[in-house]
Each structure stands twice: as structure tokens, then as C-alpha cells.
Design a protein around this ligand. Structure first.
Ligand SMILES: [Zn+2]
Length: 277
């Protein structure tokens, strides 16, 4: 199936009132595993590459974007490629040259007025090139430890922010935190409903690895469209590697432990896709 565009996947989910999973890609194996899981579940997904993942690849987007777009373009289900938590405008610009159809532009560390100005400029740049732009208001707890998990997005401010910036989707702070390895977050479903009623674009939940399966389904019912999952895949990948190496301390071929690790990610993807219904 040809490489899908995030705008098409998000708008189809938004119209249907269903959830769309976006999974973080770190290596070729994670892209392969996410797509294998999506194919098993027969659901579209977004492969997302974070600015931190690009830093891991020595600051070069092209190799990992080429891997992700090639895996997406040979998938049996629709798969798009997205840039996550982009603070560097140069990376946003590089995305457009590397098959990436959307980005989350993160100016949430700035004061409100500066966040609006930077996000508006990024949205205009993206729209001029046919890209879909997600932004964030009310920093989602946990990212870089910059905010307490208690932070919440104000509905009136969110509506004003979307109107002022022209973004296509909004990441909101409703109780989840990044990098949680256990599903212990408490989501504010009432706040999601209130945001959904006043914000005219799809809502995005970050930090979803910390949310229990039932609560992910309820979040979709309350009005979340795009659900970002990263840490959960790391837990499964690293767990499988650890288990393999604990049982066999003489192995040298990395394929021996990367294969079960890749299968572990695929299994986690199938489980999350099944959980949201
Ligand atoms: Zn995030």
C-alpha cells in the first residue's frame, strides 16, 4: 500500500469517532514491528519519529525516515510517518524533504504569546507544503521533568490557541505523563469532553503508555482521536532482550535477541490496537 498521509488517517478517525494509534520508532526493527502489529490487527497506524530519536541517530533524520517510510510504503494497511515533539524548525523543514506528512511542533516551553507566534509560523510553513501540524498547549506532564503531572489544558485557552495558530490537531494535558512504564495515570475524562466540545480539531493524548487499556478506550469515547505510545514499546523490547540474554550469555549474533524483541513490540501493538476497540 502506498505511504499514507497523516491528515487522511486522522480525519477518517475523527469523523468515525475512533482512535488512531501513533507509535514511536527508534530503529528499523521498531518500524518493522509496529507495522507487523498493525497488519495483524488490520488497522492503520502512524509511525512517529521524535526529535530525541533523531538525536540518537546523530542528528540525521534521513536514514531513519527512509527506513520508516519504506516500511510504511510496503505495509498491507495504511501507515503514515510523523515527526514527534519537534522544537527545531530545521527538523520540521527536513521532514518535508524526507516523506514525512505531519509533525508535532512543540513550543510548549515558551510563554503563551511566544508559543502562539512560533506555532502559527510553523503551521503556515507546514500548510504551504501540504503537511499536517499538531501542537501542544499546557505541557503534557513528565517531558524532561519540566512540569508537574498535575498540569491541565484549559478549554477556553485551547480553543483560543487553535483559532490563533490554525493548527490541525492539539495535544492536551489531561492527566497522562510521558515515560511511564506502568499504567497508573488517572485521566480527567470530564476535561476531555469539555475540550472536545470547544476545540474544533482532533485532540491528541501523549504519555499513553501510562494509561490502562480500559481508560484508553474511554478516552477515545470522551473525544481523543490520536493516541501516542512510545514507552510501552521500549518496555516490551528491552524486556525481551533482557530475558534472552539472561537465558543465553554466550550469544553474539544480535539477530538472535532482536528477533524476539521485535516480536514483543508487535505483540504489544496488537494488544493496544485491540484495547481501543
Ligand atoms: Zn509526547
Amino acid at each position: 500500500m502506498p505511504l499514507a498521509r497523516t491528515a487522511d488517517l486522522v480525519s477518517a478517525a475523527y469523523r468515525a469517532g475512533s482512535g488512531l494509534l501513533a507509535f514511536n520508532v527508534i530503529t528499523l526493527e521498531s518500524a518493522e514491528a509496529i507495522v507487523a502489529g498493525a497488519e495483524t490487527a488490520n488497522r492503520p497506524v502512524i509511525l512517529q519519529i521524535s526529535e530525541n530519536a533523531v538525536k540518537f541517530h546523530n542528528g540525521r533524520l534521513a536514514p531513519i525516515a527512509a527506513a520508516a517510510t519504506a516500511v510504511a510504503a510496503t505495509a498491507a494497511v495504511p501507515v503514515s510517518v510523523h515527526l514527534d515533539h519537534v522544537e527545531d524548525e530545521q527538523l520540521l523543514h527536513a521532514g518535508a524533504d524526507n516523506g514525512v506528512s505531519s509533525a508535532m511542533f512543540d513550543a510548549s516551553k515558551l510563554e503563551y504569546d511566544l508559543n502562539v507566534a512560533a506555532t502559527k509560523a510553523a503551521a503556515k510553513w507546514a500548510h504551504d507544503r501540504g503537511m499536517f501540524l499538531e501542537a501542544e498547549l499546557g505541557e503534557v506532564g513528565g517531558k524532561d521533568g519540566a512540569h508537574a503531572p498535575g498540569v491541565r489544558t484549559d478549554p477556553a485557552e485551547a480553543a483560543a490557541f487553535v483559532a490563533a495558530t490554525g493548527v490541525d490537531a492539539l495535544a492536551v494535558a489531561v492527566g497522562s505523563s510521558h515515560a511511564m512504564s506502568e499504567p497508573t495515570a488517572t485521566l480527567d475524562f470530564d476535561l476531555i469532553c469539555r475540550l472536545r466540545s470547544v476545540v474544533p480539531v482532533p485532540l491528541v493524548l501523549h504519555g499513553s503508555s501510562g494509561v490502562a487499556d480500559d481508560d484508553l478506550r474511554k478516552a477515545v469515547g470522551a473525544g481523543i482521536t490520536k493516541i501516542n505510545v512510545g514507552t510501552l514499546l521500549n518496555v516490551h523490547f528491552t524486556g525481551a532482550v533482557r530475558e534472552f540474554l539472561a537465558a543465553d550469555d554466550s550469544v553474539t549474533d544480535p539477530r538472535k535477541y532482536l528477533a524476539p524483541a521485535r516480536n514483543a513490540i508487535a505483540g504489544a501493538v496488537v494488544a493496544v490496537l485491540g484495547a481501543i476497540g
